[in-house]
Ligand binder design. Structure first.
Ligand code: CDP
Length: 138
């Protein structure tokens, strides 16, 4: 299927936080939101004029209560998916260092999951292809 070229593109940044045991953090979207109940890589929209890394640092502070430094955010792969009403472009960053303990401020649950188990968690279609990429990388 070809994506509708009139769809607006939304830039969302997401992160795979990786703990010392090599587990990856995923977060469950709460009731009342689009894609409720699915597990996603945390992140959010980049505001106009905002640098992607700054957006991710802001989102991680707001959503999980942790502090991340831009120098700890390493290269990424892009996810791209045409939802019904917008086209999502989403770089996934890797991050192995942060300050603080993650707290679910905007999600209904958090889970630290081994890369080979990520496929057991239903995810939004944009996030799905990232799972195989992470499994190969980690
Ligand atoms: O979560 P919310 O809908 O409030 O907004 P957001 O975090 O700024 O993300 C915007 C949209 O991007 C979400 O509604 C999802 O459709 C999509 N998204 C996704 O597919 N996968 C993610 N890991 C994060 C967001």
């Amino acid at each position: 299927m070809t994506a509708d070229p009139s769809l607006r593109t939304v830039l969302v940044v997401a992160v795979a936080l990786i703990d010392v045991d090599g587990r990856v953090l995923i977060a469950k979207r709460p009731e009342g939101k689009q894609l409720a109940g699915l597990w996603e890589f945390p992140g959010g929209k980049v505001e106009p004029g905002e640098r992607p890394e700054a957006a991710l640092i802001r989102e991680l502070r707001e959503e999980l209560g942790i502090e991340v430094s831009a120098s700890c955010l390493s290269p990424f792969v892009f996810a791209s998916h045409a939802y019904d009403d917008f086209h999502l472009l989403m770089p996934l960053y890797l991050c192995r260092r942060w300050e603080g303990t993650v707290v679910a401020r905007e999600h209904s649950a958090l889970a630290w999951v081994r890369p080979e188990k990520l496929a057991d968690y239903p995810m939004p279609p944009a996030d799905d292809p990232l799972v195989a990429w992470l499994r190969d990388l980690l």
